[in-house]
Design a protein. Sequence first.
Length: 433
Amino acid sequence: MYKKILSVMLVLLMLCSCFTVFASAEGETSESEELIKVLKDAYTEQWLEDYEGRGEAEYFDGTLNYFSYLGEAGCHVFQAAAVPGDPVAPTDIIGDYRFTAFMCMTYCDTNPAAMFAYKDGELMTLKEAYNKGLVDLDLLYEQTDKHDTMEKLSDEEILENKCKEAFVKQYELIGDSAEYSYVPFAIQFKNYVVFKLYPITVSPMESFQYLDGYLFCEGNIIGSERDNPTGLYTMDNFGNIESLYKTVSKGFIDLDEVYPELSKKTVMYMSGDVDNDKKLTVKDATLIQKYLANVPEAIKKVGELQLGYCVMEVDEPFELRMFGGTSKVTIKDATFIQKKVAKIIVEEAPKSFDHQAFNISIEPKTAKEYTPEDFPEFEVEKIDRFDSDMLDMTLLTVYLKNPGKDNIIDAMNSIRTRAEFSHISACYAGYDA
């Protein structure tokens, strides 16, 4: 008897559970449908408002051509298009993710992947929501199954995008100049990322640059600065952009250290390395001698190098050869390499600087007393001060508690954007950070 009663109760409990689950699912479905309706209505209203008068709104019957809900992560995120679009799939990078629009018209040039966010009655583009800190893209990626629309960038792509964003911000690029600037590679070294940037327009002329014993070549003139025709830049650990030329000239990057990796990404030759084996040896001198003797295999080898003739010319300053010089490859170039390999010739060491302290100049002269607490970015041992009435300038020499080349570089770069400082200088003459 008791067993029968227990069996009946168990069946009743199971039935109640089923009804509860069904009611819950029905409630969730109802809420989901209501949310989708709210999002679609918000988008439709905004679309009609934006496109009214452009001759497109009259063709819209209120039915969206495309709608896809990705999830909620601070904002409700969705992708939508009002009218049919081009079969080309435009993409947009937001944060560390690439968003792709499939078969739908882009909302506008600033939102090519047609991604939107909705929060507290306000509709905005996903990029606007991200820039305002309203959406957590990492959480969204974990929640959504639409990874054909939302794709996580590789570590290399993330670094490239950070370089582009920093470049656009520092050089105040807008419109197409910002949208279509392209970073083909970025490599992280100690204190800097070295990267190349192609702007929206380039000059179809071969460019080259000699820097600290290395020759850089590029098929176009792409740099935005006169001393940077090959478009090579550095980004420090604080997002400041500078040409590779300036960073190397200051002694902050040793090209000998970055050459093995950098030469894999861009056309870069060590001066005199005619066989391009990434080191200077007596074989390079021998190859030049054979070239001068018109040995076919040597002529072919040199011809395989972009600007190979210039790589062989090592016995005089490169600037004299490229800008009005009349020199040519001679036996002196081979002899120069032999002497350098034998260490008979020792080239000037890279510019060095004090690894204990650096200078800050403030113009005009200030009455403010600076203490270590004024520099929360790093630990200060002491500050020496000099005031010049004649120059109307205050000079601070800042000593670090943890000195060293890398720490000095990072300390200077960390305060480069502080408007109160006129110049930030390493402790040697003639250098401005």
